[in-house]
Design a protein around this ligand. Structure first.
Ligand SMILES: [Zn+2]
Length: 155
């Protein structure tokens, strides 16, 4: 039993720490540019039409390198979710518990995001969800999901 605490060099986080934010890189830049415009952007293969996420350099279906960033509908259904009670960062203290979910988009893509706008006990697998956007700063806006205002396909 020589388990040692790895606290060396780590100061305790101050309550005013800002949230850790995703940093757009060259590959994901169009995704974040779209989010700033409140548009869920996903890559789509121009050869076979398949959508995918996360960012890839080739189509996982037909291996074509010709991919286009395309606005997705932002509609999907709840595939699974977990409630996060654990505080991983002090800046999220006011948001516990929060809901991390896997969402099946109508484009055939499964995306991981956060559910907002409803209580955990209101969630059910297969429930219709729609994208919403939370602006964190001038650079970063994150897509999140909330219960759909009306059922999909109800026109
Ligand atoms: Zn393809």
């Amino acid at each position: 039993m020589t388990e040692r605490q790895q606290t060396k060099g780590e100061s305790s986080p101050s309550p005013t720490s800002s949230k850790p934010l995703p940093i757009p890189d060259e590959a994901s830049r169009p995704f974040f540019a779209g989010a700033r415009e409140h548009q869920l952007m996903l890559q789509r293969c121009t050869a076979c039409g398949r959508w995918f996420w996360p960012v890839k350099s080739r189509c996982p279906e037909c291996w074509s390198p010709t991919l286009t960033w395309t606005p997705a509908s932002g509609q999907g259904t709840l595939y699974s979710f977990v409630l996060m009670h654990q505080l991983y960062h002090p800046a999220f203290a006011g948001e516990l518990p929060y809901i991390i979910a896997a969402i099946d988009l109508v484009e055939g893509v499964r995306i991981t995001s956060t559910i907002v706008g409803c209580q955990p006990d209101e969630l059910w697998i297969g429930m219709p969800l729609e994208v919403t956007f939370e602006q964190l700063n001038a650079e970063i806006t994150l897509p999140k999901f909330r219960p759909a205002a009306r059922p999909h396909g109800d026109h």
